[in-house]
Write a protein that binds this ligand. Structure first.
Ligand SMILES: *[C@@H]1O[C@H](CO)[C@@H](O)[C@H](O)[C@H]1NC(C)=O
Ligand SMILES: *[C@@H]1O[C@H](CO)[C@@H](O)[C@H](O)[C@H]1NC(C)=O
Ligand SMILES: *[C@@H]1O[C@H](CO)[C@@H](O)[C@H](O)[C@H]1NC(C)=O
Ligand SMILES: *[C@@H]1O[C@H](CO)[C@@H](O)[C@H](O)[C@H]1NC(C)=O
Ligand SMILES: *[C@@H]1O[C@H](CO)[C@@H](O)[C@H](O)[C@H]1NC(C)=O
Ligand SMILES: *[C@@H]1O[C@H](CO)[C@@H](O)[C@H](O)[C@H]1NC(C)=O
Ligand SMILES: *[C@@H]1O[C@H](CO)[C@@H](O)[C@H](O)[C@H]1NC(C)=O
Ligand SMILES: *[C@@H]1O[C@H](CO)[C@@H](O)[C@H](O)[C@H]1NC(C)=O
Ligand SMILES: *[C@@H]1O[C@H](CO)[C@@H](O)[C@H](O)[C@H]1NC(C)=O
Ligand SMILES: *[C@@H]1O[C@H](CO)[C@@H](O)[C@H](O)[C@H]1NC(C)=O
Ligand SMILES: *[C@@H]1O[C@H](CO)[C@@H](O)[C@H](O)[C@H]1NC(C)=O
Length: 774
């Protein structure tokens, strides 16, 4: 199994703006302030040495007020303005701020009110809070008490316990139902607390695949990679104000269930032949997590599809579901080709990835004055002038092939040709941040990274190790064209900024794996999409933000992308639903999330793919999650373990195979059809003539009368019987049948899509219809 971070990672910089921060939602003793000291004594010939000197003077200055070491000042200062503005921004106690204001060198001290951007922007984007971090009146956070009482865990690379995302300030005693432990192994510095209530590591399956004995330093639940801390904090991390990635995306980092307790089950290790997480360890972790008493399990990992009886995630999650645990899995990063989705069983939630309405624009200016909008989180800045720009293929070593060189792969760039220039690289194969590393090592001053046609408009802000900008496919053509047609091409890459409310958003990430489901074509996968591009959350401090060997930087929060990042968004939301409805089955929670999703973007247009062409349920499942609506779905498509056992029977599993899922005897429903699993989506992969599909709806709202409305897939006529369902009390169930009929001579052999909606005028219970004729 592999982790599902998109093939690369990102990063960095400072910002021009004295941008303002953010009054935390939870009561905090400290606030953020700007301390303005006027202008600098250095002249226009300033250098990085000068900047460091200024920053040091800021530390020293603040340190003199803090009565403790300058380390505390270092921690408090999140900006040191060194170029034109002299001053710094820091989190301070009110009293300290007042004292500083009296100092004769200080021009002014002001609180950081005003514009407050949200680092984990995704929650605002989904309507749980507004731009200022104020919880919206209809926010699920109110009713779900921020996930209080719920335990969310992940199976991942472990956790960085020192991260503020896992600090336990304000948390009461550990819930009595918790039976987990804090397994430190040989890592005596590792610790749990009332927020991070458990951690374990599972490396025996991993060790068994190594050719050399396991290094004893591996006996730790500590996250030395970053992935696990990022995903766990996205699901259930605390609200941590004053976070940014090299100054960008400033705001409060937070998980979906910020008051939930979290636990970490480390099952993923440094890769062996590309595999990081092994089945034996995954199963052991499931086993323990179920025992320990988790409510939600988040798995941002996957592998190629295989029969459920030899798939550790399918098996482990089946057992978890039996205990009412909601399991959430990522869909994989093998898009945009179809039939690439992983984690295909119907008893968990499978999550695709899409963008949010935040960008980190970094403009590329060409010598012909064309200005192109790329994205980046580079931390370093180019001096303001034009630099020669060279195509990687023109800068290659004679030993390298054009195919490798165009991608800026390791060992392809000739330092003699690259030195002092901006290199133009194409996306693909090696990690985006690796291309930057190769360019830097060869002596380049910057990199323009262009998409290929497949990745289209999906540009990702990575924490590159040099000034860099990632541009879309059509802009890439413009740069190639300019470089091809000029004798002495030149360019400039501007320092990144942070931009909110971008449109269209969301749109599907090109990397997000797509349906159809190759194991059970009757079950649509993925189920849902959530933000997974440039997500800022907690990270490891054991490696740099690009995870490259030569990246010596260390940051506490990082921006990364992948279905790995979208999955824990759904886990956090599942935690909220668990808090509101502790007795709901995992199927009911999935149904609430799916039937209330939207298929429209923030321009009220149908969701697009990364080529800006209308996307389909094969990308987004039921649509983009709307957590506030999921809290009140009206009706749910519920299911029991017996229903899932019928699925195993229908798949033709024999007794031995079925016993892997349960030692109890299940009597298979005679000729149960997979089409009739009570799933919140309907997929008919082989329609010839007509077929009737059965479903049951359960009322979880007030008594109401629901009427069905259908949007027919092309060439298909759908009729629903009965078309009106009257529910008189909570928990009441009603069956109905959906007849799908191919219109004569109109049926295509490719998939077509429609929608079925039950509504009482207040709730809209939506299901995608997915049909292919034969
Ligand atoms: C174990 O790994 C650590 C870190 O990679 C390394 O410093 C140490 O030498 C290794 N120990 C052994 C016994 O290989
Ligand atoms: C699972 O079984 C299928 C066929 O039954 C096989 O192709 C696949 O390699 C197996 N996977 C594992 C992980 O053993
Ligand atoms: C680009 O713009 C600058 C400033 O407006 C101008 O001086 C220069 O001639 C322009 N160059 C081209 C190639 O158009
Ligand atoms: C590519 O990026 C540019 C911004 O530089 C934008 O105007 C354009 O819409 C994007 N997409 C396409 C398909 O051109
Ligand atoms: C490039 O390859 C060389 C030799 O294989 C290796 O030593 C080096 O670490 C690689 N560099 C990067 C950045 O991966
Ligand atoms: C640029 O030139 C290369 C050959 O050097 C060619 O393959 C490529 O298609 C050209 N690109 C554009 C956009 O003109
Ligand atoms: C977008 O959809 C079109 C039409 O289905 C397809 O050709 C294209 O490859 C898709 N692009 C992406 C990035 O998914
Ligand atoms: C069940 O099927 C597996 C192959 O998938 C086979 O090895 C096993 O013997 C079968 N068991 C029974 C009881 O038929
Ligand atoms: C079946 O599993 C349960 C625990 O899940 C165990 O208590 C029981 O003894 C098992 N029964 C058999 C027949 O193995
Ligand atoms: C089950 O199969 C039998 C024989 O194939 C058929 O007569 C019967 O109608 C089926 N029952 C259902 C509920 O589909
Ligand atoms: C559709 O039916 C054909 C023949 O009836 C069968 O070969 C194929 O596997 C079926 N496909 C799916 C997705 O069920």
């Amino acid at each position: 199994m592999a982790l599902q971070t998109s093939p690369t990672i990102f990063f960095l910089l400072l910002i021009l703006l004295v941008s303002l921060f953010h009054t935390p939602t939870f009561a905090l003793k400290k606030k953020s302030y700007v301390v303005y000291l006027g202008s600098h004594s250095h002249g226009s010939e300033f250098s990085s040495v000068e900047f460091n000197r200024v920053t040091d003077s800021h530390y020293e200055f603040l340190g003199s007020f803090l009565k403790s070491s300058s380390d505390t000042a270092k921690e408090s200062i999140f900006y040191s303005y060194t170029r034109h503005i002299n001053g710094f921004a820091a989190t301070l106690e009110e009293q300290v701020a007042a004292e500083i204001a009296k100092h004769p060198n200080v021009v002014s001290v002001f609180e950081n009110n005003g514009r407050k951007l949200h680092t984990t922007r995704s929650w605002g984007f989904m309507g749980l809070e507004d731009d200022y971090g104020v919880i919206t009146s209809n926010s699920i956070w109110n009713k779900a008490r921020f996930g209080e009482g719920v335990i969310i865990a992940n199976l991942d690379t472990g956790v960085w316990p020192e991260s503020k995302s896992f600090n336990d300030e304000g948390f009461g005693p550990i819930p009595s139902k918790w039976r987990g432990i804090c397994e430190k192994g040989s890592d005596l510095a590792f610790h749990c607390n009332r927020k991070l209530i458990g951690a374990r590591y599972f490396n025996k399956g991993y060790a068994s695949r190594l050719s050399t004995p396991l290094n004893s330093s591996s006996n730790t639940p500590r996250d030395n990679e970053g992935h696990g801390s990022h995903t766990l904090s996205t699901a259930g991390g605390n609200m941590v104000p004053g976070v940014s990635v090299f100054g960008q995306g400033y705001g409060t980092a937070k998980g979906g269930s910020p008051k939930a307790r979290v636990a970490s089950y480390k099952v993923c290790w440094p890769p062996v032949n590309g595999d990081e997480c092994f089945d034996a360890d995954i199963l052991a972790a499931f086993d323990m997590a179920i025992h320990d008493g988790v409510d939600v399990l988040s798995l941002s990992l996957g592998g190629s599809a295989s029969n459920f009886f030899n798939d550790s995630v399918a098996i482990g999650s089946f057992h978890a579901a039996k205990k009412g645990i909601v399991v959430v899995c990522s869909a994989g990063n093998s898009g945009p080709n179809e039939a690439t989705v992983e984690n295909l069983a119907p008893w968990y939630i499978t999550v695709g990835a899409s963008t949010m309405d935040r960008e980190f624009p970094s403009y590329v200016v060409l010598g012909n004055n064309l200005t192109l909008k790329g994205e980046s989180l580079s931390a370093t800045r180019l001096a303001y002038k034009l630099y020669p720009i060279i195509k990687a293929t023109d800068a290659k070593l004679t030993s390298a092939t054009n195919e490798d060189a165009v991608l800026c792969q390791n060992g392809t760039l000739d330092p003699n040709k690259v030195k002092g220039k901006i290199v133009l690289c194409l996306r693909g194969i090696n990690a985006r941040v690796d291309k930057g590393q190769q360019a830097l090592q060869a002596g380049a001053v910057g990199m323009v990274l262009a998409n290929d046609i497949i990745t289209g408009n999906e540009i990702i802000a990575d924490p590159h190790v040099l000034p860099a900008s990632h541009i879309n496919f059509s802009d890439g053509l413009k740069v190639f064209n300019y470089v091809n047609s000029s004798k002495a091409p030149v360019a400039y890459i501007a320092y990144p900024t942070t931009k909110l409310h971008t449109k269209p958003a969301p749109f599907m990430a090109a990397f997000s794996s797509k349906g159809p489901n190759t194991m059970v074509p009757e079950i649509l996968k993925p189920d849902i999409t959530a933000p997974g591009v440039s997500v800022i959350a907690a990270y490891t401090e054991a490696e740099g933000p690009t995870n490259q060997v030569f990246d010596y930087r260390r940051i506490k929060f990082n921006s990364i992308s992948g279905t790995s990042m979208s999955c824990p968004h759904i886990s956090g939301i599942a935690g909220l639903l668990k808090a509101v409805y502790p007795s709901w089955s995992p199927a009911a929670i999935k149904s609430a999330i799916m039937t209330t999703a939207t298929t429209l973007d923030n321009e009220a247009e149908p969701l697009l793919n990364a080529s800006f062409i209308q996307a389909t349920p094969f990308s987004y499942g039921a649509g983009h999650v709307q957590p506030n609506k999921a809290m009140d779905p009206g009706l749910v498509y519920d299911a029991t373990m017996n229903d899932y056992f019928n699925v195993l029977c229908a798949l033709g599993y024999n007794e031995t195979e079925k016993s892997i899922f349960s030692n109890a005897t299940y009597y298979c429903h005679k000729n149960f059809s997979l089409l009739n699993l009570n799933y919140p989506s309907i997929t008919v992969p082989n329609l010839s003539g007509s077929v009737t599909v059965k479903r049951t709806l359960k009322n979880v709202g007030a008594p109401a009368t629901y009427i069905v409305h259908v949007q027919n897939p092309d060439g298909i006529t759908v009729s629903v019987k009965p078309s009106i369902l009257e529910f008189k009390h909570v928990g009441e169930e009603k069956r109905f049948e959906v007849k799908l009929k191919a219109n004569k001579g109109k049926v295509t052999k490719s998939y077509v899509f429609g929608k079925m909606t039950w509504s009482d005028g207040k709730h809209y219970v939506k299901s995608p219809l997915v049909v292919k004729g034969i």
